[in-house]
Design a binder for this molecule. Structure first.
Ligand code: HEC
Length: 153
């Protein structure tokens, strides 16, 4: 009994010691790296969630797993917004925040649409994600060298 108590105390002391020095958030990757490895690939999964030809849907999610993956991919541009709002990554406290939140809101909307298995709503939210990408690039990349690919048709 006694030795267990002592061990517990040691663990608590150790954990709080680690917590003190490691809780501060530190940006590691560049904005460019986050865009290329995360924001772009996951948002293209949403843009490409369904394929239309001449206004008719010819491909798209079928199984529960397909829908789950669209939902998860849609959540990532939202989650990545948190990374874009960390410390030195923020280009300013105004437009950058608004643009990031536009992407986060549109991505969250796409995730909800996927959870509801509503492909039309996924597509509409995808258009909003696309607009959020383009809006931020227009404002912050000079000269504009990146244009996100258009959504599914
Ligand atoms: C809050 C602003 C912001 C949002 C929102 C944003 N981007 Fe970016 N993006 C940037 C900036 C700034 C750069 C330039 C980074 C650099 O080169 O330093 C960039 C660069 C990129 C690049 C090019 C990386 C390179 O230089 O080769 C891609 C691809 C990209 N973004 C895709 C996207 C997509 C897709 C979205 C939307 C889902 C998006 N971005 C949303 C700010 C944003």
């Amino acid at each position: 009994m006694r030795s267990r108590f002592v061990l517990g105390t040691v663990i608590v002391a150790f954990a709080s010691g680690v917590g003190c020095s490691k809780t501060a958030l530190t940006p590691i990757a560049t904005v460019e790296q986050i865009m290329e490895t995360t924001v772009e690939p996951v948002s293209f999964k949403v843009f490409d969630a369904a394929v239309w030809e001449n206004g008719k849907q010819v491909g798209g999610p079928e199984t529960d797993d397909d829908w789950k993956m669209i939902e998860a991919n849609a959540l990532m541009p939202a989650e990545t917004g948190n990374l874009l709002l960390m410390g030195s990554r923020m280009k300013d406290q105004t437009g950058w925040v608004t643009r990031t939140h536009a992407m986060m809101d549109a991505a969250t909307e796409a995730a909800k649409a996927a959870a509801a298995k509503n492909i039309g709503a996924v597509f509409n939210a995808g258009t909003k994600i696309y607009d959020a990408c383009a809006g931020c690039h227009q404002q912050y990349i000079n000269p504009l060298t990146v244009t996100p690919r258009a959504g599914a048709n």
